[in-house]
Design a protein around this ligand. Structure first.
Ligand code: PA5
Length: 435
């Protein structure tokens, strides 16, 4: 199990505070499990993890093998919940520079359709020049503007390069089983397609083909990811007490919010976790931020951001708490070298492992922030591997469902997202939005 350590929140909360909300947490978890809360038609994600490889997973793996063998580059087109999970998984497992040195057999993976930036589009075109590429277009609604624009252009590039039939083999659609423009196109054009179950909302869809196909193309073992998620589903739904890290995390962050801590800073010590921070931000932000309520989620990377936001965290407004994510050190170690001249004065660290230095930085930061009045929850993930990845996704999804019900909001809708779209469509003159 993932370990949640709350020993650094006691300056701000007391044990009786926590025990007083135990019943509320139990009831939020039960509401989720029974499917009796608001948004209960979007609970399909709870049971996505399965013990055995499904036919859909076999088909995903087969498609991924074909893509790997026939593409220098694989482009994943999508936005929000149809983008963040796969990118987070790949960068966490393989680092932010995972594309370097890759090509046919183990393709580079780029993400498109998550922006309207012309510079980003020009850059992607440059990256694709002279390359064999395939793409996955991911959209649950099948009508989201950003991915639809990128897909139209990429499809045209594929058709010009490979002809209509050749292009069709290189397009993989991931969408609703029955509804939407993308489903209609996939059926009409005969593209291979995978489904996003109607009962799994976008930000809860990473354990469907949305996340699994890009992960499999990256060479991540999706059976192990599912195994980790399945074990998480079994354990974290079974234990109904503060032995359950889901209860500790959801309960403590909610209590801190009640004590005026309205911003949660998720700090990781791994550059590869940055997009995972983005996935978590969307999951919690879109699920909790409504009805004038919600903890504002911000993700940072230490030690880099200690040199940018460290000052603010240490001495700025005291409305924040931190959640620090820790992983075990990797097996391959790095050691600080010795230098005869020692002009940089670093010989006091010579022979020490880099991870030892990192650990002291973590301990030093933790003590400083707690002294500065910032309650800190530590989430210790243990070893980083494919199974842990699945566990991590399920863990945070469950925490989010329980947290949102504790807060008294529907975790599964996002009515506010429509407001910018409505204005944009009106400005663009989209039919039906004239007034
Ligand atoms: O979580 C959500 O539901 C959203 O972030 C969506 O994933 C996002 O808006 C993209 O939607 P779609 O998959 O319909 O293109």
């Amino acid at each position: 199990m993932i370990k949640v350590d709350i020993s650094n929140v006691w300056g701000q909360l007391s044990l009786p505070d926590l025990l007083a909300v135990e019943q509320e947490i139990a009831s939020a978890h039960q509401t989720l499990a029974d499917g009796t809360g608001e948004g209960n038609d979007f609970l399909g994600w709870l049971d996505l993890p399965v013990a055995e490889e499904t036919e859909e997973m076999k088909r995903i793996q087969k498609a991924a093998d074909w893509i790997r063998a026939n593409s220098d580059v694989f482009v994943v087109v999508g936005i929000g919940g149809s983008y963040l999970g796969p990118r987070a998984a790949i960068e966490l497992m393989q680092g932010c520079n995972h594309n370097i040195g890759k090509g046919k057999g183990d393709p580079q993976i780029y993400f498109a359709g998550n922006t309207l930036s012309t510079r980003a589009w020009n850059e992607l075109q440059r990256l694709l020049e002279g390359k064999d590429f395939s793409l996955a277009v991911i959209s649950k609604s099948g009508t989201t503007t950003e991915p639809a624009i990128a897909f139209r252009a990429l499809k045209w590039m594929l058709e010009r390069k490979y002809g209509t039939d050749g292009a069709s083999k290189r397009i993989f659609a991931i969408t609703d089983p029955a509804k939407g423009a993308l489903r209609q196109m996939a059926t009409e054009e005969g593209w291979e397609s995978f489904i996003i179950p109607p009962a799994a909302g976008g930000r809860y869809s990473v354990l469907t083909a949305v996340g699994l196909l890009p992960m499999a193309v990256a060479g991540i073992d999706i059976r192990k990811v599912m195994k980790g998620a399945y074990d998480a589903k079994t354990e974290y739904n079974y234990v109904r007490s503060f032995e359950n890290p889901v209860w500790l995390y959801a309960g403590v962050r909610n209590l801190l919010y009640r004590h005026g801590k309205t911003t949660e800073i998720m700090a990781s010590w791994e550059p590869g976790y940055k997009m995972m921070g983005g996935w978590w931000q969307q999951l919690f932000g879109e699920s909790e931020g409504k009805d004038g309520k919600g903890i504002f989620p911000v993700s940072v990377e230490f030690t880099a951001d200690l040199h940018s936001l460290g000052q603010m965290i240490q001495q700025g407004e005291r409305n924040i708490f931190e959640t620090m994510i820790r992983f075990d050190a990797p097996e391959k170690v790095a050691v600080v070298g010795s230098d005869a001249k020692n002009l940089d004065g670093l010989n006091y660290l010579a022979g020490k492992q880099l991870d030892f230095v990192d650990e002291q930085a973590y301990q030093g930061t933790l003590a400083a922030h707690v002294d500065g009045g910032v309650p800190v929850i530590t989430v210790d993930m243990g070893a980083l591997n494919d199974e842990k990845l699945g566990e991590l996704f399920y863990f945070f999804e469950l925490c989010c469902g329980v947290s949102a019900y504790l807060l008294g909001v529907n975790p599964f809708n996002q009515p506010g997202v429509e407001f910018y779209k409505r204005n944009m469509f009106q400005l663009l003159g989209k039919p039906g939005y004239e007034n």
